[in-house]
Design a protein around this ligand. Structure first.
Ligand code: NAD
Length: 490
């Protein structure tokens, strides 16, 4: 029988009071990896109480002491790097190389948060009036929560977790119910840190658990990553309940190819961006816009590169693309491909009938390419979250930028060119928060914010780096005068 996942509350593993469990399935093999509870409000409340009780002691622990736990965590994560990576492959389906990349970024966030004693420093002015000083200090918020999506089960919680605890908050993590096993393993390993009870809690579940966190009066802040409709729901409901919210949403990333782009490197980078993680990346390129002569140059080579991609089980070392997360997701992607054709697009490469020998139960699609996609159509405007390249054409860079800026999302936009002027214009005018110049996946390093715009983000401060530090702290301004000293001087 598959292992029932437990919640981790107040420094101990406990069975959820859930009446409903979901199977966690390996998307390549169909094997059941575990059973995840859909924790009810009661479990969320128990976790919030534990986190709240831990807050007073944790915020008083000096930042220099708090980061010692993170240094140890980094070492443990390095030691267990392969275990985490293999777990990600099994529950998510991506390749081992992709899973390793994901864990590397998770660790980089721990490293960045080790700088908290400097990062959360305030500032002070003497003599704002005679003998009076004024200072700004940063204090933690209290109980904060992290709600994560399925596609980066190891990395995304780390855009938030290390900063949240380093700044003195206590945390409840709610992983995706589709990929909950990696965070379960992370928390199992975190037990070795001997953190004070209640500083880090893990509650499994779905919408009910999320809504309980959004409504709980003791929860002060919500960090969310997932699809746009849910991001908007989380942002609205959390804010209506007076909480600080950062909600990162979905994406539909455009990528412009100028005629002067380097053919070989550009082709390789673009196919990695579109088909990496089977397209289930919020920074996957989706709409490929060729400008002028680039259409004739790039259409054949992109097709050739897509055709040569090896699709299979992520644990097999030669696999270059794994399955999508679920049979439902596969059906949805196929219906969007059909929709694109109904809208007049031409199916250049059809990945719908994929069967991978030995993995007949997997949710596989092969790389798919559609050309002549209408920029205003449903295919171009909808997040597909699958290995589908939609090609469209513009006569000039200005026209291409119009297509880029016509989309509702603003997670990433990229340009491939050897012209500094074209790149500069694109960087300046594209309405997206993460820009790539000859880069296909413009994923900010841990010390930069993950800067989605438009429907890809609701809030002000993003995950990672300085933004995370600001998000998890509130500023306090103190103006002080010491009367004896003041009357002695004046
Ligand atoms: P999702 O929105 O289905 O789920 C995300 C989280 O929300 C999960 O923890 C889930 O339990 C919870 N949830 C789902 N439905 C809910 C509801 N009705 N009410 C309350 N909570 C609910 O997202 P997903 O399918 O797991 O992840 C893929 C999506 O995440 C894509 O849209 C992708 O673009 C996006 N994403 C965005 C970023 C970013 O940085 N902008 C990064 C990664 C993924």
């Amino acid at each position: 029988m598959a292992k029932k996942l437990l919640n981790y509350i107040n420094g101990a593993w406990s069975e959820s009071t859930a009446t409903e469990y979901l199977d966690v399935l390996n998307p390549a093999t169909g094997e059941t990896l575990g059973q995840v509870p859909l924790s009810p409000i009661k479990d969320v409340d128990t976790a919030v109480q534990a986190a709240s009780a831990a807050f007073n002691g944790w915020r008083r622990t000096p930042a220099t002491t708090r980061i010692q736990y993170l240094f140890k965590l980094k070492t443990l994560m390095d030691e267990r790097f392969e275990d985490f990576s293999r777990m990600i492959v099994q529950e998510n389906g991506k390749t081992l190389g992709e899973a390793r990349g994901e864990m590397r970024r998770a660790i980089e966030n721990v490293e960045t948060a080790c700088g908290i004693p400097s990062l959360m420093q305030g500032y002070l002015n003497e003599d704002i009036a005679r003998g009076i000083d004024e200072m700004m200090i940063r204090q933690p918020l209290g109980v904060v929560t992290i709600i994560a999506p399925f596609n980066f089960p190891g990395m995304i919680p780390f855009w938030f977790l290390p900063y949240a605890i380093a700044t003195g908050n206590t945390v409840i993590i709610k992983p995706s119910e589709r990929c909950p096993m990696t965070m379960q393993l992370v928390v199992e390993i975190m037990e070795e840190l001997d953190l004070p009870k209640g500083v880090v809690n893990l509650v499994h579940g779905g919408a009910e658990a999320v809504n309980a966190l959004l409504d709980h009066p003791t929860v002060k802040a919500i960090s969310f990553v997932g699809s746009t409709p849910v991001a908007l729901h989380v942002y609205s409901r959390g804010a209506a309940n007076g909480k600080r919210v950062q909600a990162q949403g979905g994406a539909k990333n455009p990528l412009v190819i100028m005629p002067d782009a380097d053919v070989e490197i550009t082709t390789s980078i673009i196919t990695d961006s579109v088909f990496g993680n089977a397209g289930q990346r919020c920074l996957a390129a989706a709409n490929i816009i060729t400008v002028g002569e680039a259409q004739n140059i790039f259409a054949p080579v992109l097709k050739e590169a897509a055709l040569s991609r090896v699709v299979g089980y992520g644990l097999d070392e030669n696999t270059q693309m794994g399955p999508v997360i679920s049979p439902q997701s596969k059906t949805r992607i196929e219906s969007l491909i059909n929709k694109g054709m109904e809208e007049g697009a031409e199916l250049v490469l059809d990945g719908r009938q994929a069967t991978i020998s030995g993995y007949e139960k997997g949710n596989f699609l092969n790389p798919t390419i559609l050309s002549n996609v209408s920029p205003k159509g449903e295919l171009a405007q909808t997040e597909i979250f699958g290995p589908v390249m939609s090609m469209m054409h513009a006569e000039t860079l200005d026209d291409a930028i119009k297509i880029v800026n016509g989309g509702n999302y603003g997670n990433m936009a990229c340009i491939f060119t050897n012209s500094g002027g074209a790149a500069r214009r694109f960087r300046y005018e594209a309405t997206a928060g993460n820009i790539g110049v000859n880069i296909g996946v413009a994923a900010p390093m841990a010390f930069f914010p993950f800067s989605g715009w438009k429907d890809s983000f609701f809030g002000t401060l993003h995950g990672q780096g300085h933004h995370a530090v600001e998000f998890y702290t509130q500023t306090k301004v103190v103006i002080e005068r010491w009367l004896k000293e003041w009357s002695r001087q004046f």
